[in-house]
Design a binder for this molecule. Structure first.
Ligand code: T5A
Length: 220
């Protein structure tokens, strides 16, 4: 299969949304100008995200990120199951069909977000989360996960400067530090997760991403 599933992960405000758009433009530009990977010319490049990549997912996203709902109003296990429901719908109706058509899917967050946020952040059982991830994905994994690693406080400041903060961003700093720790441990144990230094300028972060894409996915 020529199409690839590329996931972007990391704590709040790491620049995933910004970098995904830049990567898509760069890939299309490479093909148009025949500079790189000309044999992949005309591949579809899709941008999607979790939560919220589908119509059902958009409704779940509104609920999950609603800053007016307190922690008691969405219990931790409820939160976990809502993220899993979003993912199951996303996989079946968007990700799998796109990959089967040979598209490149650039996805803002996937299973590692649940491990980092609900596992390390909320402290829910990791084995249970992995099982649930498996149910939601049917075992589908990314071809590459780019972990945009940023200092938690810098990322939260960026997110706050952008405007109103959401329900997850409202959690205390210790929660976000635990999430970061989660990503560190995930990356230590999984060679498919590549760390990107996201504390740098937008341009420098994008350069790192392009180099990894060439090295890992389209070098042959
Ligand atoms: N979640 C999600 C779970 O808890 N469990 C799960 O299973 C899943 C799937 C999703 C929330 O849900 C949680 C995690 C999240 O809390 P979201 O809105 O998708 O919510 O949140 P994020 O994914 O964190 O998205 P953000 O929009 O907050 O951050 P991004 O996309 O990483 O960052 P971006 O590109 O929007 O940039 C943020 C700001 O920084 C600037 C941008 O211009 C923007 O203003 N910026 C930079 N500034 C300086 N230097 C750079 N290098 C910059 N890069 C970007």
């Amino acid at each position: 299969m020529i199409g690839k599933f590329i996931v972007f992960e990391g704590v709040e405000g790491g620049g995933k949304t910004t970098q995904i758009k830049l990567l898509r433009n760069w890939l299309l530009e490479q093909w148009e100008s025949d500079k790189l990977f000309s044999k992949y010319k005309d591949l579809e490049v899709i941008i999607t995200r979790e939560p919220g990549g589908t119509k059902v997912g958009k409704a779940l996203r509104e609920l999950l990120l609603n800053a007016d709902l307190s922690e008691e109003q969405i219990q931790e296990k409820t939160e976990l199951l809502l993220y899993a429901a979003d993912r199951a719908q996303h996989i079946e109706t968007l990700i799998k069909p796109s990959l089967e058509r040979g598209a490149i899917v650039l996805c803002d967050r996937f299973i590692d977000s649940t491990i980092a946020y609900q596992g390390y952040g909320r402290g829910l059982d990791l084995a249970l989360i992995k099982q649930l991830n498996h149910i939601a994905t049917g075992g589908l994994k990314s071809d590459l996960t780019l972990w945009l690693d940023i200092d938690v406080e810098i990322g939260l400041t960026r997110a706050k400067n952008r405007g109103k903060i959401d329900r997850m961003e409202q959690a205390d700093i210790q929660f976000h530090q635990r999430v970061k720790k989660g990503y560190e441990e995930l990356a230590e144990n999984n060679p498919l997760i590549v760390r990107i230094d996201a504390d740098l300028t937008i341009k420098k972060v994008q350069q790192q991403i392009q180099e990894i894409i060439v090295q890992k996915l389209y070098s042959k």
